[in-house]
Design a protein around this ligand. Structure first.
Ligand code: 1GP
Length: 270
């Protein structure tokens, strides 16, 4: 699948040039109402997509409530903008995409899902097991699957532990290159290099650059990015989509969140 064949990816790529920013919202970390408020700030600041997920044990009703609250808030903002001659409707026209920890964390209210293989996992469940469990539900929901190779790099955090990942170290450039080639050969659209949520160091730029040298994949990078400099380094190395979550979760107010996200989104287009 290329970008032109996916309505969700096509929408994101039409919206902005250069690298894009994605705001990750973990439904386990706040109420659905607060999640929707945070997502609206993210959209206002220029995030191109909202990922919903992250934790490994969130029940699907919590995920569904969060997706629904975000979609309703986006629709309301879009309607309000359509009634206002100075309103920017397109600002609110962003996809809500599941970023699941497993087959339990699905919702028909999402526009799409990063349908992931944790490629460097040692556990069958994360290679194909959860995917087999989830596929019939996604088929029934009509949620678009975005085939994603997910590769966990050091330090890896909780996803590295729970996922049983053989972590990619910062010097493993040939290995990350092999994973990127493998993702392309499987026909994945996206390749996601993950350092782990809240990581004390983001994915090393050498790994990003080597993965980016494989054409035909959209390269996502996330984990441990907190500052505009972190984002700029990753973008310079070749990251096309930047995912941040913790900076949103630990902002003390919506104003602080706005300041943070404006800086991170700004750094995506140097
Ligand atoms: C986690 O890559 C994402 O899956 C985001 O990480 O929470 O560190 O921003 P942070």
């Amino acid at each position: 699948m290329n970008v032109g064949e996916s309505t969700v990816l096509e929408k994101v790529c039409r919206r902005t040039a250069g690298a894009r920013h994605i705001t990750l919202i973990d439904p386990a970390k706040q109420s659905a109402e607060v999640a929707a408020e945070r997502a609206m700030v993210a959209a206002e600041c220029g995030s191109s997509m909202i990922f919903v997920g992250g934790s490994t044990d969130t029940p699907d009703d919590v995920v569904h409530a969060t997706c629904t609250a975000i979609q309703e808030a986006l629709e309301l903002r879009m309607f309000a903008a359509s009634q206002d001659p100075t309103g920017e409707e397109s600002m609110w026209d962003i996809p809500v995409v599941l970023f699941p920890g497993g087959a339990h964390a699905l919702s028909p209210a999402a526009d799409a899902i990063t349908f992931m293989m944790l490629m460097n996992s040692t556990k069958r469940a994360f290679l194909v097991g959860e995917q087999v469990r989830g596929a019939p539900y996604l088929d029934r929901f009509g949620v678009e699957a975005l085939p994603t190779g997910y590769v966990v790099c050091a330090p890896g955090g909780r996803v590295g532990e729970v996922g049983g990942a053989e972590l990619i170290q910062s010097t493993d450039v040939d290995l990350v290159h092999a994973y990127a080639l493998c993702a392309k050969m499987f026909g994945f659209s996206l390749l996601y290099l993950e350092a782990g949520s809240g990581a004390d160091a983001p994915v090393h730029p050498d790994l990003i650059a080597k993965a980016a040298s494989v054409e035909g994949l959209t390269l996502l990078v996330g984990g441990g990015m907190r500052t505009a400099d972190d984002v700029a380094r990753a973008v310079k190395a070749g990251a096309q989509w930047i995912v941040t979550g913790t900076v949103t979760e630990d902002a003390s107010s919506l104003d602080e969140l706005r300041t943070r996200l404006e800086a991170l989104v700004g750094a995506c287009t140097p």
